[in-house]
Design a protein. Structure first.
Length: 344
């Protein structure tokens, strides 16, 4: 320490007291230490991102998850200034990809693009090789799109409407392909059976593309999933979409009825969002979210998603999306319990 000497004129003892300069230096030192403690977070946030980002799609090519991830990746790359590379890690209704992201370093360089199958339903139905808890190990950044699911059939089945398909299922087996057992499309079909009295049987596939091919080829009667991947096959007459599962008809495809028109009250929507490992710094979450909101508001991106039967639908904040996901996790958990599909 720095001291200055002060002599008491009435005594021989000498006192030493801290001088003003020393007090100033002490305050500066404490302040400097405080700033050093804060520096790593702020510097990291400013530096992020400075290398390519992996966007994990827990599905094979051809489905809505893969298509959506590639649409978002290009524009997100433009916003963040680094390459955003889509990596497909299909399997277990998306849970393989979810687990991969959950176990990745929480630095913002490994993100997940997925929907309810990968983030909500699959983690409650699919067993993994080691301990894995999606609720605690991944965190939502924001929703990207929202849209209906649908039931499509091979035109050779010669069924004119969804109600006729329900009645047909009561007289003979009607097989609908779905991307994975215990995922959102599989549950949607089970809900349809419960709500309408249908007896549809689901046939699980590793990917939606294979299910669509078999439906077109006549190996199965039809397929159930998000509406978007069916769109290219509508124009050529290779698939006939009988109904969407949203509350109302989807505006871009007004000729496709809603299930609710024949069975009032039925409504199941699909959505897609971006997630990160749970311990990702809030500053990084906010930075990705800001870029994602800009992407969602881009008119070109909106138009592309609309052609794929989806609407861009970002929520106000990451916290809003996280609350939504938590509620959906509980809601679908009740459905899974009802059908005895929860993993032990």
């Amino acid at each position: 320490m720095f001291y200055k000497k002060k002599t008491d004129p009435n005594k021989t003892a000498v006192k030493y007291i801290p001088c003003a300069t020393e007090r100033t230096r002490r305050h500066l030192l404490i302040g400097g230490i405080t700033l050093l403690g804060l520096a790593p977070l702020s510097v990291f946030a400013e530096a992020y991102p400075n290398r390519p980002i992996s966007l994990i799609a827990g599905a094979s090519s051809g489905g809505s998850v893969d298509i959506g991830a590639r649409i978002v990746a290009k524009s997100l790359s433009d916003e963040l200034g680094v390459p955003v590379i889509v990596e497909n890690k299909p399997g277990a209704t998306g849970v393989i990809g979810t687990r991969y992201v959950a176990k990745a370093p929480p630095d913002g360089y490994t993100l997940m693009f997925g929907g309810p199958s990968a983030s909500i339903v699959g983690p409650q139905t699919q067993k993994t090789a080691d301990s894995f808890d999606a609720v605690k190990e991944i965190v939502g950044i924001n929703m990207v799109t929202k849209g209906p699911m649908a039931v499509a059939i091979n035109p050779s089945l010669k069924v004119e409407n969804f109600k006729a398909l329900v009645e047909l299922s009561k007289t003979r087996q009607v097989m609908l392909g779905v991307p994975g057992i215990g995922g959102a499309p599989d549950l949607m079909v089970k809900e349809l059976n419960k709500f309408t009295g249908a007896k549809f049987e689901t046939v699980p596939y590793k990917g939606l593309g294979a299910a669509i091919n078999d439906a077109i080829g006549g190996q199965i009667d039809g397929v159930a999933s998000d509406l978007g991947p069916f769109v290219p096959f509508l124009k050529g007459g290779r698939l006939n979409v009988l109904a969407v599962t949203s509350k109302e008809r989807f505006a871009e495809f007004p000729d496709i009825p809603a299930v609710a028109e024949s069975y009032s009250g039925f409504a199941v929507d699909s959505w897609l969002g971006i997630f990160a490992p749970a311990k990702t710094p809030p500053a990084v979450i906010d930075k990705v979210n800001a870029a994602l909101v800009n992407v969602s508001n881009n008119s070109e991106v909106k138009a592309i998603f609309l052609q794929s039967a989806s609407l861009t639908a970002p929520m106000k904040t990451p916290a809003d999306f996280q609350k939504f996901v938590a509620n959906e996790y509980n809601r679908w958990g009740d459905v899974l319990k009802e059908f005895n599909l929860l993993k032990n």
